[in-house]
Design a protein around this ligand. Structure first.
Ligand code: SF4
Length: 350
């Protein structure tokens, strides 16, 4: 970690990007950049976790709290099918009013209506919330959700897997170990998993490397047990609008928080270098814009993410865009000098 922190801190911008791109080409040779046609669905905004950087959630008894019905969610999936999509990413708040049966019935009903769609659903903290309501272990919850038709557990809620950063901004969310434990359980069930990283909370570069180290260690563990582990890693800077984290830091030198384009690209590059056991790195166009994402394709990223169609969690705190068409993603990749390739949730080319 010392060497990585020194490289992160001291490398010249272009040297760092060039090293990362060389690593990317070693790991994913050729000129292809992948993308996914999918849809985000935020099925409930009721949540008891109260993360300081979140502008999306509402307390369960708040008049603006909502939970979508199976028909409302199914309509959204039908709209995705109409544009040739293959995956939904369904995440929401930690809603204490929804029993485990609500989730299993939802997933199995959606699976029967939309058999060709991959269902990457929830995040470790939601699994913990469901387990608490059901008085079961998180492994038991993941098992029954998989039996109902869930295909993957996205890695949302990792933020910074460094406890004194994490407990400062999300004290109820719990330790880094719990996020790692739930992801390990999901990987042992062969669910599709990804790793995320929200940065820019004022943490040190060393702490950012510590986050990457937790991810890399779990990946080593999965691979050593013959499992595929994380398919991919995506990082984005914390958004600072409309939330108590931004409010609490108002007046502070903004350059210390979040990330501008240069900081973001440096972080993307060091991620590619450090996570040498994770196959794919995504560029984050929703938070950084399509233009910076294009540069990210020459800084270690081999995937530009997905169409999303809607996004309500991160965007509530201020992102640039929440939807891009397939054509737009293809043109974005092409004009950056790469060949676009449509993929599925498991990164298989379509
Ligand atoms: S980020 Fe997720 S867990 Fe945290 S308050 Fe928002 S909805 Fe709840």
């Amino acid at each position: 970690m010392d060497q990585a922190t020194a490289i992160y801190a001291n490398s010249k911008f272009h040297d760092l990007l060039n090293m990362a791109q060389a690593r990317r080409l070693d790991m994913n040779p050729g000129n292809q950049v992948t993308y996914l046609v999918d849809r985000n669905i935020n099925y409930t905004n009721a949540c008891t976790i109260n993360c300081q950087f979140c502008s999306f959630y509402r307390p369960p008894d708040h008049p603006e709290a909502y939970t979508q019905t199976v028909d409302e969610i199914s309509e959204r999936i039908s709209a995705l099918e109409e544009v040739g999509g293959t995956r939904i990413l369904m995440q929401g708040g930690v809603n204490p009013d929804l029993p485990l049966e609500w989730y299993t019935e939802l997933i199995s009903e959606l699976r029967s209506r939309h058999p060709d769609i991959a269902f990457d659903c929830f995040s470790p903290i939601e699994i913990e919330g469901i387990a608490k309501v059901a008085n079961k272990t998180t492994a038991e919850v993941l098992t029954v959700l998989k039996e109902s038709g869930m295909t993957g557990l996205p890695g949302g809620g990792a933020e910074m897997l460094v406890d004194n950063v994490r407990l400062d901004v999300s004290p109820i969310k719990g330790s880094s170990d719990r996020w790692i434990d739930v992801m390990r359980e999901a990987q042992r069930l062969d669910l599709t998993t990804s790793a995320t990283n929200v940065f820019g909370f004022g943490e040190t570069l060393r702490q950012r490397i510590e986050h990457l180290d937790r991810i890399r260690n779990l990946q080593d563990e999965a691979n050593s047990e013959g499992r595929r582990g994380f398919t991919s890693f995506i990082a984005w800077p914390v958004q600072l609008e409309n939330n108590s984290f931004g409010l609490r830091n108002r007046g502070r030198n903004r350059i210390e928080l979040g990330a501008g384009p240069i900081d973001y690209l440096r972080h993307l590059a060091i991620s590619r270098l450090y996570l040498d056991n994770i196959p794919h790195i995504q560029a984050s166009w929703p938070t950084m814009g399509l233009g910076i994402a294009q540069i990210g394709l020459s800084a270690g990223a081999d995937d530009i993410g997905s169409t999303m169609m809607e996004e309500n969690v991160v965007s509530a705190s201020g992102t640039t865009r929440t939807s891009a068409s397939e054509l737009e993603l293809r043109k974005t990749i092409e004009s950056a000098g790469f060949t676009p390739v449509k993929r599925d949730s498991d990164y298989l080319h379509l």
